[in-house]
Design a protein around this ligand. Structure first.
Ligand code: HEC
Ligand code: HEC
Ligand code: HEC
Ligand code: HEC
Ligand code: HEC
Ligand code: HEC
Ligand code: HEC
Length: 283
């Protein structure tokens, strides 16, 4: 959903205000990929914290934005074609196109309400995915914290957390909607893939994004320990020494030579990292 031009109706406070009372969380969250997902750089916007890539976007004229043809990639520490592009010329977007594509880039990579400045320039309220992207507008809470409470996803069910994170990481598919499991780009959509895993479907709502991703830090958790909390002493016929659970059961998918995503459809894999063996054989 695009929150647009509703600045007066939606009282967002901004993370600087939250930091007054939640200093430790704010400090830690400011170091995450989320916080760095959008930055203003000399006349252009840098999308992506650079954990994997940075894509540049700038306003071309009053009606048009340009997604630059060259992006920076960590893996090569250099520039290469932006995903989906066929030339270095870049791709132009009409600001108010029917699919709102460029507005949607800003919406997922920023927090609060988008506004328009002069020359129809898009201005996010706060660049990056900060506090109120997950907790909702906090202006009233910041004034009276005991009286006005914010959404605490720690109290939500696993399926609801998938939907909260899925607002940007993409929703689990609706019934009857087919996902193309052979397209490696789709592996970026973690909620979609996790929702297919037996671990998710058969664990009575105990498995969510938060099982493995603490929300206010990018520090990796010990995922093997998380697996073993539900799978004690699994007996393998396969030799497992020297590998982690994730190496085999959440294999890397590489949609291009410069990007990789962990397949969140936890399962038993053969040669094909896109989907598990068991499902392919209809077990
Ligand atoms: C003036 C101090 C203050 C500011 C500013 C403030 N908070 Fe809080 N926040 C609190 C206090 C105190 C609590 C505990 C309230 C309670 O338990 O009654 C709290 C609780 C919370 C909770 C837990 C809610 C729950 O019910 O479990 C969240 C989430 C939260 N704050 C987020 C934020 C965000 C996001 C911002 C910025 C928009 C923010 N806070 C700004 C003082 C503040
Ligand atoms: C407002 C949109 C939005 C929401 C809501 C959101 N994310 Fe993200 N997330 C992003 C974007 C954009 C990135 C890319 C950040 C970058 O540039 O590195 C990202 C990156 C990540 C990463 C990898 C980067 C890192 O710092 O580790 C993880 C893990 C992640 N998100 C988990 C979650 C979880 C879990 C939730 C729900 C509790 C969630 N996200 C909710 C937009 C969002
Ligand atoms: C529906 C929400 C959404 C939209 C729309 C969106 N992004 Fe993202 N973007 C994400 C999420 C979530 C991630 C993290 C997962 C991933 O890497 O795919 C991300 C990751 C990225 C990254 C890589 C960050 C890193 O270092 O890993 C770049 C670059 C990026 N987006 C640029 C863009 C640009 C440019 C647009 C518009 C053309 C755009 N995004 C539109 C949600 C979105
Ligand atoms: C990607 C989504 C996301 C973002 C961004 C985010 N939070 Fe949270 N926050 C959560 C989730 C999920 C929980 C529940 C954690 C749990 O119970 O394991 C939570 C819990 C909290 C709590 C209550 C529990 C506690 O740890 O004290 C506070 C307070 C809070 N967040 C403040 C903030 C502030 C301040 C920011 C910005 C600096 C922020 N959050 C950014 C998702 C987010
Ligand atoms: C919240 C509990 C939970 C967590 C955490 C969890 N699983 Fe599972 N997993 C299950 C349940 C329940 C099943 C269904 C089969 C069963 O009852 O043992 C399952 C099934 C599996 C299967 C068989 C899948 C198939 O399609 O045949 C594998 C492999 C697996 N898990 C590996 C893992 C790995 C590796 C991790 C960590 C990355 C993990 N699980 C995390 C609960 C969990
Ligand atoms: C069973 C553990 C587990 C669960 C549950 C889980 N993740 Fe992950 N996630 C991982 C692992 C392991 C990685 C790879 C980390 C690395 O390479 O450093 C990862 C990586 C990511 C990344 C970085 C890009 C990528 O795909 O490698 C994003 C974004 C992400 N997860 C989002 C989510 C979201 C959103 C959810 C909930 C739908 C979720 N994860 C649930 C274990 C998990
Ligand atoms: C070297 C790759 C590899 C590693 C490492 C690995 N597994 Fe497996 N796992 C497999 C394969 C292959 C199977 C299918 C049965 C077999 O060969 O034992 C399997 C089966 C499973 C099953 C299903 C068992 C059943 O009876 O249906 C679970 C659960 C599981 N693994 C969990 C884990 C956990 C937890 C870890 C980490 C402690 C782990 N695996 C490490 C490859 C691996």
């Amino acid at each position: 959903m695009i929150v647009f031009l509703l600045a007066a109706a939606v009282p967002f406070a901004g993370s600087v205000v939250c930091a007054n009372c939640h200093a430790r969380i704010a400090d830690s969250q400011s170091q995450t990929g989320h916080a760095g997902a959008l930055k203003r750089e000399t006349g252009r916007w840098a999308f992506g914290s650079g954990l994997q890539a940075i894509t540049y976007v700038s306003q071309a004229d009053e009606d048009t934005y340009l997604e630059h043809g060259l992006s920076w990639y960590r893996k090569s520490n250099g520039l290469d074609l932006t995903p989906g592009h066929k030339s270095r010329q870049g791709v132009r977007y009409r600001t108010f196109a029917a699919d709102a594509a460029i507005l949607r880039c800003f919406q997922c990579h920023s927090t609060g309400t988008l506004r328009l400045a002069s020359r129809r320039e898009i201005l996010p309220a706060e660049p990056g995915v900060r506090c109120e992207a997950c907790h909702g507008p906090g202006g009233e809470h910041a004034k009276a914290p005991a009286r006005v409470r914010l959404r605490n996803p720690g109290k939500m069910k696993a399926a609801e957390i998938n939907i909260l994170c899925g607002e940007c990481h993409r929703m689990p598919p609706a019934v009857g909607v087919e996902t193309n499991w052979e397209n490696p780009w789709n592996a970026r959509h973690q909620p979609v893939y996790l929702s297919q895993a037996e671990c998710f479907q058969k664990s009575g709502g105990r498995l969510s994004c938060l099982t493995c991703h603490p929300p206010h830090t990018s520090q990796p958790v010990n995922t093997s320990a998380r697996c073993q909390a539900c799978h004690e002493n699994t007996r393998h016929r396969t030799a497992t020494a020297g590998k982690t659970c994730v190496n085999c059961h959440m294999p890397d998918v590489a949609p291009s030579s410069l990007l990789r995503f962990a397949n969140h459809w936890i399962g038993i894999y053969g040669e094909n990292p896109l989907r598990p063996l068991a499902k392919r054989q209809g077990r």
